[in-house]
Design a protein. Structure first.
Ligand SMILES: [Zn+2]
Length: 883
């Protein structure tokens, strides 16, 4: 384990590096348990940092075998080398060459950080602080160097040798069975973007001609036999390269772009310069093995990592506090790409659902932190929904505030002003201010203040003066370390909808124009007066979710039904249905806890029926409307004293009621869409499958034998994974014999395909049944399960703790104890993954008292265990903290 360093690290203590590295010559001789690494660093004192300083390099579990300064072996008393650092107290006054040799064991690396082995291949993961597990180095993103990497390995073991940049040389090592390759990356980069791969891999190759006419070789490397599953990833890559040229004028810069898919990976994928390394679940897809959701994620993540070449690599982060500079911006870019490739409204609704499900929940609990944190103990724990998804929302608000043209001007300035630099969030926002002559000082609070802003809106119509006053109030709840908040800049896109369903024209009494339909709230309390309003309008506020806030308004239920039917903004049509359903389900949850009968809302049922009958609506949109708020959505909306069982019952009861009322329309829509057309992964086809499967799922909500039979038939006759998995998911919710039969059949069909078996693990973990915890424990000793593989852990344990609210939050505490046991067992092997699954405790304080006490007991048991990793310690300490 890492020894304790001076933690936490604080943004306010940032100092420029004392020493810079101009070039890195790496020579890596691969052997499974004893890989030799020789690093030659050309180092110079940083004139900006001031007085001469010692050279202090980071390490993590390293063994130094040799150290030379300017070609001569250094005497043992002239430096101090520990596993975690290398210090030269009295270095030369000027530029010097430091040659460092270390010996590392990739096979013993179960943390999957640094250089490790995955299925007999060597690969690396260096973000955030993994390069220091390969060699001693100033492992911070503001030290950018030009890398030349020579890799040597047994030809039989690793015929493919890859690193960043362009291949400059390769050949045999005379008189041995080994060979080598030399890669040179001309673009200075921080160490976290270094990558190396060695293995016996298959390859798919294609070409791309850039906007300036350069030909780029594209390669995707996979395990042999999986080459035919790369077509979608390659197609996505070419589309996103073109899109970035057309949308943002960004062209690719090396002669080759490579993606390597590996099966043991802590994250989704990694944007190493010219050599992206991917979790194979985000590369491999065929209609029989991947769902539409998998296709969409592959497209999005291939694009995300590619887009990092400009937003992350060419311009990187000065320090890890600026992580959102690359992640928030790049998530925004990949969301825009997917919106253009697919349906913009459907993508927006899906993104907002994910934001609320992950980020709003994080913001409401003990792990809340600003988009740009001001301190961290372990940076790995800050790869969060707040940094990524809320970070993307903050970038999107810049576009809402400045308009598409102003936004593009700001981004263009950012690319010209900071190319080749390690930048900060302040510098990024300053580009938008400078390019638009705008004052964005108050806007910066989005980066500094944690918590989801709450906006209360109430509208008042005065028929006599034909005016409409919109009163707004905002507040941001307290979060750890931030008891008091200042008002935010909140851009609210709005419409006043007339009784004919049309948007009225907006003019403010002050004479100020309402630009692009957006009013901007900047004060704690503020009113906007609209004139020339001929009749009582219906307020449609925060259209397109223009700001990531919680909105409470005095729009009555009747008006929500009107918006569901007529709003010109599709997001708010969907939102109107959600708001109605949330209100009913929250009321019914309380009713059930009080031992009384829940009720229906005929208006909600009618609204859903009308939306299903509307011929021009996109099927994918209707599918989203039919999906009632999830159990986790409802828990988040209720916010305190949560009883997951009551929520489950309320939701199941409403779904059954809707199923009965809407059965003819559901059956008719299902029949119409079940047309046997051949599989195509495009968005329109995926949308039709989504609606068909939403109808199936709702039809089965009464557990009627006819619906179970329909799901069983679809399961067996499916010609693609989307339909098969959807049918199995529906069956999994009901204790019928067909469920187990289908699960057994699924395992037999796909037992040779670990990524598909992950779906099987995950689905069984989410069955809302008291037997599920025992089932999960049995599956942990299943031959196909391995606790060393992060995908298996996420599929089985991650699904249970994140997506099975009634069973993880069992009133007897057994779910909490299971998570505590698993996190502790995993911690010494892979601390990042153990910390990640433990964040499932993040809402423990919101539970009802019995469950809350059980959760606290489990958390305190983890806290008391000896030798916790820094990763897990950090999550536990913050989860238990009282401020
Ligand atoms: Zn990223």
């Amino acid at each position: 384990m890492r020894t304790e360093q001076a933690r936490p690290v604080r943004l306010e203590n940032y100092r420029p590096p004392d020493w810079l590295v101009e070039t890195v010559e790496l020579d890596v001789s691969l052997l499974p348990t004893a890989t030799k690494v020789r690093a030659t660093l050309k180092m110079s004192p940083n004139l900006k940092a001031g007085a001469p300083a010692p050279i202090v390099l980071d390490g993590d579990g390293l063994t130094l075998t040799s150290l030379k300064l300017d070609g001569s072996e250094m005497p043992g008393d002239s430096y101090v080398a520990t596993p975690d650092s290398l210090t030269i107290a009295q270095p030369p006054a000027g530029t010097c060459y430091l040659q460092i040799e270390t010996l590392i064991d990739p096979s013993a690396n179960t943390q999957l950080m640094g250089l490790y082995r995955s299925n007999a291949s060597y690969c690396t993961q260096c973000e955030a602080e993994g390069f220091r597990r390969i060699t001693y180095f100033p492992d911070r993103p503001d030290v950018m160097a030009v890398y030349t990497t020579r890799i040597e390995a047994e030809k039989s073991e690793a015929p493919v040798l890859l690193s960043n940049g362009n291949l400059t040389e390769s050949g045999e090592v005379a008189g041995t069975t080994r060979h080598f390759a030399v890669w040179h990356d001309p673009f200075p980069k921080p160490a976290y973007l270094f990558a190396l791969v060695g293995g016996d891999l298959g390859c798919v190759e294609d070409k791309f001609v850039t906007m300036s006419g350069r030909e780029v070789t594209l390669r995707i490397y996979v395990e042999h036999g999986k080459e035919d599953r790369c077509a979608w990833a390659m197609d996505s890559l070419k589309r996103c390269m073109r899109w970035d040229e057309e949308t943002f004028g960004r062209e690719y810069d090396l002669d080759i772009f490579m993606i390597v898919a590996v099966s043991d990976f802590n994250m989704g994928a990694m944007e190493n310069k010219g050599l992206n390394i991917f979790n194979d679940k985000l590369v491999l897809a065929t209609p029989d093995t991947a769902t539409d959701a998998d296709y969409a994620s592959i497209e999005a993540v291939i694009a995300h990592e590619y887009f990092h070449n400009w937003t992350g690599n060419r311009i990187t982060c000065r320090d890890w506090f600026q992580l959102c500079l690359k992640e928030g911006l790049t998530v925004f870019r990949d969301q825009e790409f997917s919106s253009d490739q697919r349906s913009r409204p459907v993508k927006r609704i899906a993104d907002v659902r994910a934001l609320r499900a992950h980020q709003f929940v994080e913001d409401a609990g003990p792990l809340a932190h600003p988009v740009r944190p001001s301190a961290y103990s372990e940076i790995s724990n800050f790869y969060t929904a707040t940094v990524y998804e809320k970070g993307a929302e903050v970038v999107r608000m810049l576009k809402v505030l400045l308009g598409p043209g102003g936004f593009r001007k700001g981004l263009d300035l950012y690319f010209t002003r900071h190319d080749g630099e390690a930048a900060t969030v302040d510098q990024f926002v300053q580009c938008f201010a400078d390019a638009n002559n705008a004052d964005l000082a108050q806007f910066m609070r989005w980066y500094a203040q944690a918590g989801t802003p709450e906006v209360t809106a109430s509208g008042h119509y005065d028929a006599a003066t034909q005016s409409y006053r919109l009163d707004l109030q905002q507040s941001v709840p307290p979060t750890p370390g931030q008891p008091h908040k200042e008002p935010m800049v909140i851009p609210l896109a709005l419409g006043l909808v007339g009784r004919d369903g049309r948007d009225m024209s907006l003019s403010l009494e002050s004479g100020r124009p309402v630009v692009r339909g957006v009013v901007t709230l900047t004060q704690a309390v503020q009113s906007f007066d609209f004139t020339g309003v001929a009749e009582q309008p219906v307020l449609s506020l925060n259209r397109g979710f223009s700001a990531p806030i919680k909105l409470k308004s005095n729009v009555p239920g009747e008006d929500l039904k009107f918006l569901a039917a007529h709003d010109s903004d599709p997001f708010n049509r969907w939102q109107a249905v959600q708001t109605l359903a949330n209100a009913l389900l929250i009321e019914n949850t309380a009713t059930i806890r009080a031992g009384r009968e829940p009720r229906e809302d005929a208006g909600l049922t009618a609204a859903l029926g009308a939306l299903m009958a509307e011929p021009d609506l996109e099927p994918a949109f209707v599918a989203l409307v039919l999906a009632m708020p999830s159990e986790n959505d409802l828990a988040r909306e209720i916010g305190q004293d949560i009883d997951p069982n009551a929520i489950f019952l309320a939701r199941a009861w409403l779904r059954a009621a809707l199923s009965s009322r809407l059965a003819p329309a559901l059956r008719e829509t299902y029949r119409r869409l079940d047309d046997g057309s051949p599989f195509s992964p495009d968005a329109a086809s995926a949308g039709r499958r989504a609606l068909k499967n939403a109808c199936l799922d709702l039809l089965a909500a009464t557990a009627a034998a006819s619906a179970i039979a329909l799901a069983t038939r679809q399961y067996h006759q499916a010609t693609n994974m989307t339909d098969r998995m959807a049918a199995l998911t529906t069956l999994s919710l009901y204790p019928v014999p067909e469920r187990q039969a289908a699960l057994d059949d699924f395992y037999r069909r796909y037992s040779g395909n670990p990524l598909v078996i992950d779906k099987w693990f995950g689905l069984q973990a989410t069955i809302p049944d008291p037997a599920t915890l025992d089932r999960v424990k049995v599956l942990m000793v299943h031959p196909a399960f391995s606790i060393a593989n992060p995908n298996r852990v996420r599929a089985l344990i991650g699904s249970f703790v994140q997506m099975n609210p009634t069973q993880f939050n069992r009133a007897d505490g057994a779910g909490f104890e299971f998570l505590a046991d698993t996190a502790l067992a995993l911690d010494s092997k892979n601390p990042q993954v153990s910390a990640r699954i433990t964040t499932a405790f993040r809402s423990w304080r919101a539970l009802e008292p019995v469950r809350r006490a059980r959760a606290e007991t489990a958390l305190r048991r983890i806290a008391a265990a000896p030798n916790l990793s820094r990763d897990l310690r950090d999550i536990i300490d913050r989860s238990l903290a009282t401020t």
